[in-house]
Design a protein around this ligand. Structure first.
Ligand code: ACO
Length: 330
C-alpha cells in the first residue's frame, strides 16, 4: 500500500509530572537496588503524577502545546484520538473529557486501547482519516498514568513504569514530499495474559476480594515479552523499509518504544547503526507506554535533532499482544 505522503505532523507537545521517583527511592519500597534496575532496564528515574491530577490533565497540557506549535485552534479539529490503557474512567472516554476542556466542539473523539502500541495505532487511524479525505486536522495523544495501576509491592514491575503524555497534530499536507509514507499494525491475542490487569473489567468486576488480592494492578511475564519484543521490532522495521525498497542505514531516526534499554541496544547493534539514530528517554522517564514515542519525538524536535526531510521509523509493541510501526518523511 504505497501512496503519496499526504498527512504531516505539524506540531508536537509533551507533559510530565513534577514528582521524580529515583531508583534509590524504590530501594526504600521493595527489595531492589539501583545497580539491578540500571543494568537490566537502563532506567534511572521515572515520573509519578501527583494525587488529585489525572490522565486528562496531562493529556490537556500535551495537547495544548502541540496545538499551539501547529498554530491550530482547537475549534478547527475534526477528530481527537487518545491512545491510553489508563483512562480517567472505563467510560466516558478520556478523549471526550479532553474535547470538552479544549472546547473542540467540532471534533469527534475516541480512545484507542492497544497497549504500548497505542500511539502507533492512533497515528495510523489519524492518517487514514486524512488519507481518505474525511478529515483535515486530527489531534493524537499518547498518554499513560501507569503508576496508578502498578503494584508498589511487586519489584518485578514497579521499577519499570512511569507517567507521561505526548501529543501531535496531524494535518492534510499540501506538499507531497513529506508526511506519513506507510504503517503496519499487528496483534496476537494468544498473548493476552502475558501483560494484563486481572480484575476491574466485566470478566472479573471489582469486589472486596479482588481488591484484597491486589488484582487491579498490572501483571507481566517480562521474559516472554522481552523475547517477543526483540523479534517483532526488527521484523516491523524491515516490513516498513520494504515498502520503500529502503535499507536500515537510510533511516535518519528510529524511534522505538521505550520498554527496556537492552531491547533498544540489541536492535541497534544488530542493525549496526549509531546510537544517535535511536532516541532514548527510558533512562529519565521509565516505560510510559503509549507516551514513549510521542514524548521522544517532541524531545528530538526541541533539541533540533529531528529535521525536515528526515526519514523516520517508529516502532512499538505491548499488551494485547500488539505491535506496529509508522514510516514517515519528516
Ligand atoms: N530488583 C532486583 N531483583 C529483581 C527485580 C528487581 N526490581 N525484579 C526481578 N528481580 C529478580 C528476579 O526475581 C529474578 O531472581 P531469581 O533469579 O532469584 O529468580 C532475577 O531478578 C532475574 O529476573 P528476570 O525476570 O529473569 O530478569 P530479566 O533480566 O528478564 O529482566 C525485565 C526483567 C526487566 C522485566 C525484562 O524481562 C523486560 O524488560 N521485559 C520486557 C518488559 C516489557 O517490555 N514490558 C512492557 C510491555 S509494553 C506495555 O504494554 C506496558
Amino acid at each position: 500500500m504505497i501512496k503519496p505522503c499526504n498527512s504531516i505532523i505539524t506540531g508536537t507537545g509533551a507533559a510530565l509530572p513534577d514528582q521524580v521517583i529515583t531508583n534509590r527511592d524504590l530501594e526504600e519500597m521493595v527489595e531492589t537496588n539501583n545497580e539491578w534496575i540500571v543494568s537490566r532496564t537502563g532506567i534511572r528515574e521515572r515520573r509519578k503524577l501527583e494525587a488529585g491530577l489525572s490522565n486528562a490533565d496531562l493529556s490537556e497540557r500535551a495537547a495544548r502545546e502541540a496545538l499551539s506549535r501547529a498554530g491550530v485552534d482547537p475549534a478547527e479539529l475534526d477528530m481527537i484520538l487518545v491512545a491510553t490503557v489508563t483512562p480517567d474512567h472505563h467510560t466516558p472516554s478520556t478523549s471526550c473529557i479532553l474535547q470538552a476542556r479544549l472546547e473542540a466542539f467540532k471534533a469527534g473523539a475516541m480512545d484507542i486501547s492497544a497497549g504500548c502500541t497505542g500511539f502507533i495505532y492512533a497515528l495510523s487511524v489519524a492518517h487514514q482519516f486524512i488519507y481518505s479525505g474525511a478529515y483535515r486536522k486530527v489531534l493524537v495523544v499518547g498518554v499513560e498514568i501507569l503508576t496508578r495501576f502498578t503494584d508498589w509491592e511487586d519489584r518485578s514491575t514497579c521499577v519499570l513504569f512511569g507517567d507521561g503524555a505526548g501529543a501531535v497534530v496531524v494535518e492534510a499536507a499540501t506538499e507531497e514530499s513529506r508526511g506519513i509514507i506507510d504503517y503496519t499494525l499487528k496483534s496476537d491475542g494468544r498473548g493476552a495474559r502475558l501483560l494484563y490487569v486481572p480484575a476491574g473489567g466485566s470478566a472479573l468486576p471489582a469486589s472486596h476480594e479482588t481488591v484484597s488480592n491486589r488484582m487491579h494492578y498490572l501483571v507481566m511475564n517480562g521474559n516472554e515479552i522481552f523475547k517477543f519484543a526483540v523479534k517483532v521490532v526488527e521484523n516491523t522495521l524491515f516490513e516498513l523499509l520494504q515498502k520503500v525498497n529502503g535499507k536500515p542505514e537510510e533511516l535518519d531516526m528510529i524511534i522505538l518504544h521505550q520498554a527496556n534499554l537492552r531491547i533498544i541496544d540489541h536492535i541497534r547493534k544488530h542493525l549496526r547503526l549509531p546510537p544517535e539514530k535511536f532516541p532514548v528517554n527510558i533512562d529519565r522517564l521509565g516505560n510510559t507506554s503509549s507516551a514513549t514515542i510521542p514524548i521522544a519525538m517532541h524531545e528530538e524536535i526541541m533539541a533540533g535533532r529531528l529535521k525536515e526531510g528526515d526519514l523516520v521509523a517508529m516502532v512499538a509493541f505491548g499488551a494485547g499482544l500488539t505491535w506496529g510501526g509508522v514510516l514517515m518523511r519528516w
